[in-house]
Design a protein around this ligand. Structure first.
Ligand SMILES: NC(=O)C1=CN([C@@H]2O[C@H](COP(=O)(O)OP(=O)(O)OC[C@H]3O[C@@H](n4cnc5c(N)ncnc54)[C@H](OP(=O)(O)O)[C@@H]3O)[C@@H](O)[C@H]2O)[C@H](O)CC1
Ligand SMILES: [K+]
Length: 490
């Protein structure tokens, strides 16, 4: 797993470590790591033009010391000082190494630089960048020089990834001690470029992470063994589709088949059932009307998926209500989520469940569930995913530019796979069937949702093609690539 810690925890760990070390040790380690990455990025350090953008805090201090190290190796280093104060030790070190400090209006230096280091704000930054910081950030982001952010791109909230106004668009972000959530969650993540972690010795002082991102060997879907039969591998029940949206049913049922369920039971109205039977003959189908015995009519399952393409109205509410009253894990998606948004009774049913529930909203669906603005969700994804997990008593998988999975008292999972090409109709239906199959296979809700998001994102990448040569994909393409995504796991 890749771990990320919020600012308070980073500061506490730094305090604990600093108490045992001579003054200035951590800043020296951070500066050395930053300078080493910058030296690697330059074709030649000697004679290179390096510009430092320096704010008044320790982030500026790290940057000045790193600039001094590069100046000692022959780089021509100038620092543009934003704000009134500057880290004194760092400024003295830069001057002693032959570097110069200039006022912030010397922006012409940025346009002719080979490399710019952004040391305006780090974990101490808050709110939108003020002037002259914002102008320097914009100018550096637009300049041809390689732009390296010190610890965090200035203007990005390190704990959340929120960006309130101007923020640096870095090519590389050199971060110290641990990742910060804002470096792996959008919109902040999109400002970081490549993230390099420099070890400054915080390890033992860091508590449990706030946010984690899986690496390939962290994703372990259930595997059949010699004892397995279709029932032991897990039966998933999919209730999806309607006269208006039968395609969602075909995609969700297909993804449940490809996701490794031992058997898929599919139930809906006659039209959706006919389509699913034609496309996925391996499913066991049943035409159902909502009623008190609807789940018994469909048969025993180890997990339910309800919602894709169900449409609005009482039918959807009745079917979601029946599933929420069951005693097996449930995944609610799409129109199922909209039914919960409309109905206080369903909301109560959700909170009363004592078996896991996974909700898979996109930002618009989550906005309706939480009764907040959609833009607020997009701007502060981490906060809203966590809030939804608490208020709705469920594991919440928030889809979008960075997919998050939140569950009460657990580190939030950030999905590292995926591609912008996934933003196309029907891909959410595929995700719901896939996660449903993993739930039926016995994975815990958080693990199933995170593994499903990982495999789904990977399938989309495999379907869209080699990096730099991607092509548009359909939900059907993602569905077809699911077996290849499984094959890439260790
Ligand atoms: N503590 C350590 O041992 C280590 C820290 N490292 C580096 O330190 C930074 C954190 O440094 P800190 O001084 O706490 O804060 P910053 O430098 O990130 O930011 C504070 C300055 O930024 C100004 N500020 C804040 N918000 C804005 C804004 N929106 N616009 C413009 N300027 C802003 C703030 O000014 P105020 O007037 O608001 O006080 C300060 O001048 C950390 O990120 C590391 O780089 C190293 O890791 C080594 C160990
Ligand atoms: K910075």
């Amino acid at each position: 797993m890749r771990y990320a810690h919020e600012v308070d925890k980073v500061r506490a760990a730094e305090q604990a470590l600093m108490a045992r070390l001579p003054d200035g040790t951590l800043m020296a380690r951070a500066a050395a790591g930053l300078a080493a990455v910058c030296a690697r990025l330059l074709p030649r350090v000697y004679g290179a033009r390096v510009v430092l953008l320096v704010g008044g805090g320790a982030n500026g201090g790290d940057t000045l010391y790193a600039g001094a190290l590069l100046a000692r190796r022959g780089a021509r280093v100038v620092a543009l000082r934003a704000g009134t104060s500057v880290h004194e030790g760092g400024a003295a070190a830069l001057r002693a190494a032959g570097g110069r400090l200039l006022p912030p209006d010397a922006t012409g230096e940025i346009d002719t630089a080979d490399l710019v280091i952004d040391g305006l704000t780090g974990i101490g930054g808050s709110g939108g960048l003020r002037e002259p910081h914002a102008t320097l950030a914009r100018r550096a982001s637009a300049a041809p020089a390689t732009l390296v952010a010190c610890d965090v791109p200035s203007g990005v909230d390190a704990s959340t990834g929120a960006v309130a106004g101007t923020a640096v668009h870095a090519d590389v972000t050199v971060t110290f001690g641990t990742h910060k959530p804002g470096l792996i969650i959008d919109p902040g993540a999109a400002h970081c470029g490549v993230v390099e972690l420099v070890d400054i010795g915080l390890g033992a002082d860091l508590p449990d992470p706030d946010v984690v991102a899986a690496r390939p060997d962290d994703v372990r879907p259930p595997e059949p063994g010699p004892e397995s039969d279709k029932y032991r591998r897990g039966v998933v029940g999919v209730i999806a589709g309607s006269g208006t949206f039968p395609g969602a049913a075909v995609l969700a049922a297909g993804a449940a088949v490809r996701g490794g369920a031992g058997m898929v039971r599919f139930a809906s109205d006659a039209h959706a059932v006919e389509l699913v039977r034609q496309r996925w003959p391996e499913t066991v189908t049943r035409v159902v009307e909502p009623g008190p015995d609807v789940l018994a009519e469909i048969g025993r399952v180890q997990a339910w998926v309800v919602g894709p393409g169900l449409g609005g109205g009482e039918r959807a509410e009745a079917l979601v209500g029946a599933v929420l009253a069951s005693d097996v894990p449930v995944l609610v998606d799409a129109d199922g989520l909209n039914a919960v948004s409309r109905s206080d009774a369903l909301r109560r049913a959700l909170l009363c469940r004592d078996v896991p529930t996974v909700l898979t909203p996109h930002a618009g669906e989550l906005a309706r569930l939480l009764r907040v603005d959609r833009d607020a969700i997009e701007a502060r994804r981490l906060e809203h995913a966590r809030r939804a997990a608490v208020e709705l008593g469920a594991t919440v998988l928030l889809k979008g530019s960075t997919t998050l999975v939140a569950e009460l008292d657990r580190p939030v999972r950030v999905n590292p796979t995926g591609t912008a090409w996934l933003a196309t109709a029907g891909t959410g239906d595929v995700l719901s069937g896939l996660v449903g199959a993993l739930l039926a296979g016995g994975m815990a809700a958080l693990e199933a949702a995170a593994a499903g998001a990982y495999l789904h994102g990977l399938a989309a990448r495999l379907a869209s093609g080699r990096e730099g040569r991607e092509a548009p994909i359909s939900a059907e393409d993602v569905l077809r690539a699911i077996p290849d995504a499984f094959r890439t796991l260790d």
